[in-house]
Design a protein around this ligand. Structure first.
Ligand code: SAH
Length: 242
């Protein structure tokens, strides 16, 4: 059988990877991925063959994974977090139509919203929306609209891709939109490098978040109107009577 696994490896450390993901990697001969993610697992699987491409060459990376699977090598396409959350599983499945003999198996991983929420406490106890601030593949106007509507709906909001070298002011712009509906005192949090060296978590108000600069390895949490800062934790009450 020709097999291509699309695997979410979790936030970073091997201990954050599911056993199912570990077993799929062990069964694969070739590991394909963005070099930053490949570097996270290479030491644990030194005998595998690796193929990496830079960030902007996702299509080439997926095509190579499919070509090699079609030739008979069991391939693992790895993504950080979950492969179906701003990852590669969608593109792989679209391109896989050209390779009917290759079976694609998607293996779930712990996405940054989940691992980050756990570090902060319990911010996602109620309805939440996940929005990426990257306008590489989505027009900025659409991102703004989603931010506005999520804030209007009083969702807890998780922001992925909050910054990059070319987009250093996007978090500030996003906060300004959220502040049209949300109070400046809204409880927020950010977590950087979850499960990796240099991990850091912080809770702060929306007003303070607006003036904070973050890097691309950060996931940002904006509470709903009920979310509280409790000690150093972020908690969104579910509504239970105490
Ligand atoms: N597939 C990934 C998301 C890829 S988009 C997942 O499910 O987690 C890249 C964004 O994800 C980053 O800009 C950051 O916002 C978030 N992210 C991914 N890994 C992270 C980590 N270890 N720590 C903090 N944020 C992370």
């Amino acid at each position: 059988m020709k097999l291509l696994y699309v695997i979410g490896i979790g936030p970073g450390k091997r201990s954050g990877m599911t056993l199912e993901a570990q077993s799929a990697i062990e069964q694969s001969g070739l590991i394909v991925g963005y070099h930053v993610y490949v570097d996270l697992i290479k030491d644990d699987y030194p005998d595998k063959e690796y193929y990496t491409t830079p960030m902007t060459q996702e299509t080439e990376r997926c095509k190579e994974a499919l070509r090699r699977a079609n030739e008979g090598t069991t391939v693992a396409m790895i993504c950080s977090g979950d492969a179906g959350v701003y990852g590669m599983s969608g593109l792989i499945l679209q391109l896989a139509e050209e390779y009917p003999e290759v079976e694609v198996e998607v293996i779930a991983g712990v996405t940054a919203a989940m691992s980050g929420a756990a570090r902060l406490g319990a911010p996602l106890m109620h309805d939440f929306a996940v929005i990426s601030l990257s306008d590489r593949l989505t027009p900025w106007e659409k991102i703004e609209k989603r931010l506005r509507l999520a804030a209007e709906g009083d969702y807890v909001i998780v922001l992925y891709n909050p910054s990059s070298k070319a987009r250093s002011d996007y978090l500030m712009r996003a906060c300004d939109i959220l502040l049209e509906h949300a109070s400046p005192e809204t409880a927020c949090g950010l977590v950087e490098s979850i499960g990796r060296n240099g991990e850091q978590a912080q809770v702060l108000t929306l007003e303070a978040l607006r003036n904070t600069s973050v890097n691309m390895f950060t996931t940002v949490f904006i509470g709903n109107s009920q979310t509280m800062i409790s000690g150093d934790k972020l908690v969104t009450p579910r509504g239970y009577r105490l």
